[in-house]
Design a binder for this molecule. Structure first.
Ligand SMILES: Nc1ncnc2c1ncn2[C@@H]1O[C@H](COP(=O)(O)OP(=O)(O)O)[C@@H](O)[C@H]1O
Ligand SMILES: [Mg+2]
Length: 215
């Protein structure tokens, strides 16, 4: 899909994602300003260039588990990794071996790539905090395994500000933040902090609706 009037923002986002030190790129803006469209395009482009990509989205008033969109994105990136292999089944077996018990933790949260569900190891039921910590550790283990493919791993979490654990002032979408009042589209330019700044691990792009250009 091509976007109207977003060449500058698309180039900024591509540069920000491309920086090896980037850990999170947050795109913020009012509803309808084009955050999802811009991020989808960026994800398509990096996937075409060989990155392992996946996407998940938080919905309004979601009843899905807190980590579900992240797990969905990880499933997509893992499927992409396995598809790169000459023998995806052998790759899936290698993943099972590399992840060990972490795979059952991921699968119990909805992870669906590569392998049939493994039997969860019996243990005391985890409390919420402990469960979240285990899942986070398992997800990081999976990401480390994915990084062994030697390609960038890029996950799009759309509307991350709707995640149950986020606060009103926290980032919204490794990708977008909450609509404040709608700014004046013709006078408010996009603000971008520099993706080239050396030590920055998180970059923000504030997106405002594109001005309507009459022919
Ligand atoms: N630059 C653009 N060029 C063409 N269509 C766009 C552009 N930006 C957004 N759109 C379209 O406008 C609508 C709203 O954009 P969307 O990305 O969903 O906004 P947001 O995620 O910020 O709420 C979608 O139908 C999208 O395809
Ligand atoms: Mg959106």
């Amino acid at each position: 899909m091509s976007l109207v009037g977003r060449a500058r923002e698309a180039a900024w986002l591509a540069r920000a994602i491309d920086r090896p030190e980037s850990r999170a790129v947050v795109v913020r803006g009012p509803a309808g300003s084009g955050k999802t469209a811009l991020c989808d395009l960026a994800l398509e482009n990096v996937a075409a260039a060989g990155a392992l990509t996946g996407a998940g989205k938080y919905g309004q008033g979601d009843s899905q588990p807190a980590f579900a969109p992240i797990i969905r994105a990880l499933t997509g990136a893992t499927d992409a990794a396995l598809e790169q292999l000459y023998d995806p089944q052998a790759g899936a077996a290698a993943m099972v071996a590399a992840l060990g018990p972490a795979l059952a933790v991921l699968q119990s949260a909805g992870f669906g790539a590569g392998a049939s569900p493994v039997e969860p190891a019996l243990g005391p039921p985890a409390g919420r905090r402990e469960g979240a910590a285990r899942l986070t550790a398992a997800a990081l283990q999976l990401v480390r395994w994915l990084m062994g493919f030697g390609s960038p791993v890029v996950l799009l979490i759309d509307d991350a500000g709707r995640a149950p654990c986020s606060t009103p002032s926290s980032p919204r979408t490794a990708t977008p933040h909450p609509p404040s009042s709608s700014p004046n589209a013709t006078t408010k330019p996009p603000t971008m902090n520099s993706p080239r700044a050396p030590a920055r691990r998180c970059c923000n792009l504030d997106l405002w609706p594109t001005p309507i250009v009459l022919p």
